[in-house]
Ligand binder design. Structure first.
Ligand code: NAD
Length: 385
């Protein structure tokens, strides 16, 4: 693997940075990396799918400021942005395939959320905005041939647009808004198109973690959504974080850049790999009636390599090993089995109680605690967190 360029520590020391959605999988790792670089980081998150648990170590050590707020509230958004130099905007109403396909109206809320965040950033004179965009901005008609070797290059996003559902359309509008803000208002902006991210702190409504959950509860027959031949380029969160910070350092004109590997992995191959790690040898059943997404989605990282010096450093085989080690340490299989169906398609669900008996307003951090065995708080688990 070719080495990647790493962030410039001197660029971040003492810089006031806001990470929206910083309690999420990607947000929490990005926050930790920015803290390590010496930035002065504030996280704002409504904890609707993120978790306080993900940033607990940073909070305990007093290394970040955190406040819980819904960024669709204009007063909260304004309060969060006062004095900010660089904004990483990751907050989004988002989940895996089961969520984004089945909740179009909720995903459309992102149009409002992003619009308000970007307008407030302009009004409060935030110098720089880096946006968590997605491979879902690419036209679906480019991704229908499972035998194609096409690598999605950034220029393929253009008329006739055919983004992936309301979630993809909202990300696309976010990108275009940021480009306009640069052209008309001189704002320093960048969009990073993330491709199917996984890693420690991932959740079950995303495919890789869903497969780990099925393997951990020893599901047999083991359910795979679709016919298993869908091709993805799962990308490890550490590579995503590095690329996002590099984009902040090197892109200033609203350009969008892919952050995704060029490894072509079929869903069924990923399932086999994960079952092998779990020592589980099930029969696979293929549910073609479930949400599947595009059959062939792989990024080109040529632009990222050219503009950022970025290259992914973690192969899928290596990343899955590391993530499964974390996962098995952080979930109690018996408790997981009781809520697995909900975990696969909903967001912000961590309760182990049966749906009917679930308390209405249980704090989310408490819900998450409930699926975690006490053993997970071992030093080894803490090191992976
Ligand atoms: N995980 C992936 O494969 C992937 C791929 C492409 C893009 N992305 C984008 O990356 C970002 C992070 O995604 P993720 O998968 O790490 O986790 P995620 O989807 O859970 O992250 C979203 C975060 O935003 C918070 N949030 C949602 N609505 C909010 C609101 N109104 N106010 C304040 N906070 C709010 C959530 O609690 C959560 O912490 C998202 O923007 C997502 O769209 C993720």
């Amino acid at each position: 693997m070719e080495p990647t360029t790493l962030p410039d520590r001197t660029a971040w020391e003492g810089r006031p940075v806001l990470v929206t959605g910083g309690a999420s999988l990607i947000g929490s790792h990005l926050t930790a990396a920015l803290v390590d670089l010496g930035a002065d980081v504030t996280v704002v998150d409504d904890l609707s799918s993120g978790s306080r648990e993900n940033i607990k170590h940073l909070l305990k050590a007093g290394r970040i400021s955190f406040y819980e707020a819904d960024l669709r509230d204009a007063r909260e958004t304004r309060r969060a942005m006062e004095g900010v130099d660089t904004l990483f905007h990751l907050a989004a109403i988002h989940g895996g395939r089961g969520y984004v396909d089945l909740h179009q109206t909720a995903c459309a809320e992102n149009l409002y959320l992003d619009g308000l965040v970007f307008r407030t950033a302009r009004d409060t004179k935030v110098r720089q905005v880096v946006f968590a965009s997605s491979g879902c901005v690419y036209p679906l008609y480019r991704q229908r041939d499972p035998s194609s070797d096409l690598l999605l290059t950034e220029d393929l996003v253009g008329p006739p647009y055919e983004a992936d559902g309301m979630y993809g359309n909202a990300k696309l509008m976010g990108e275009l808004t940021l480009r306009s803000l640069h052209e008309e208002h001189g704002m320093d902006t960048a969009s990073c198109r993330y491709f199917t991210v996984y890693g420690p702190r991932g959740i079950e409504n995303h495919a890789v973690i869903a497969m780990m959950a099925r393997a951990l509860v020893r599901q047999d027959p083991f359910v795979i959504w679709g016919d298993g031949t869908q091709v993805r380029n799962w990308t490890h969160v550490s590579d995503i974080v590095n690329g996002t910070i590099m984009a902040a350092e090197r892109i200033h004109d609203g350009t969008a850049v892919n952050l995704g590997t060029q490894e072509r992995i079929q869903v069924v191959e990923a399932a086999r790999l994960i079952c092998d790690l779990a020592g589980h040898d099930p029969t696979f059943v293929f549910r073609t009636d479930m949400p599947v997404g595009p059959v062939n989605r792989i990024a080109s990282f040529e632009r990222a390599s050219h503009l950022l010096g970025w290259r992914p450093q973690v192969s899928f085989a290596e990343g899955v090993r590391d993530t499964f080690a974390w996962y098995r340490n952080h979930r109690d299989p018996q408790r997981l089995a009781g809520v697995l169906d909900r975990l696969l398609t909903e967001r912000g669900v961590h309760s182990v109680a049966p749906v009917d008996a679930a308390p209405a307003a249980r704090p989310r951090s408490e819900e998450l605690e409930a699926v975690m065995p006490t053993a997970e708080r071992s030093p080894a688990a803490a090191a992976l967190r």
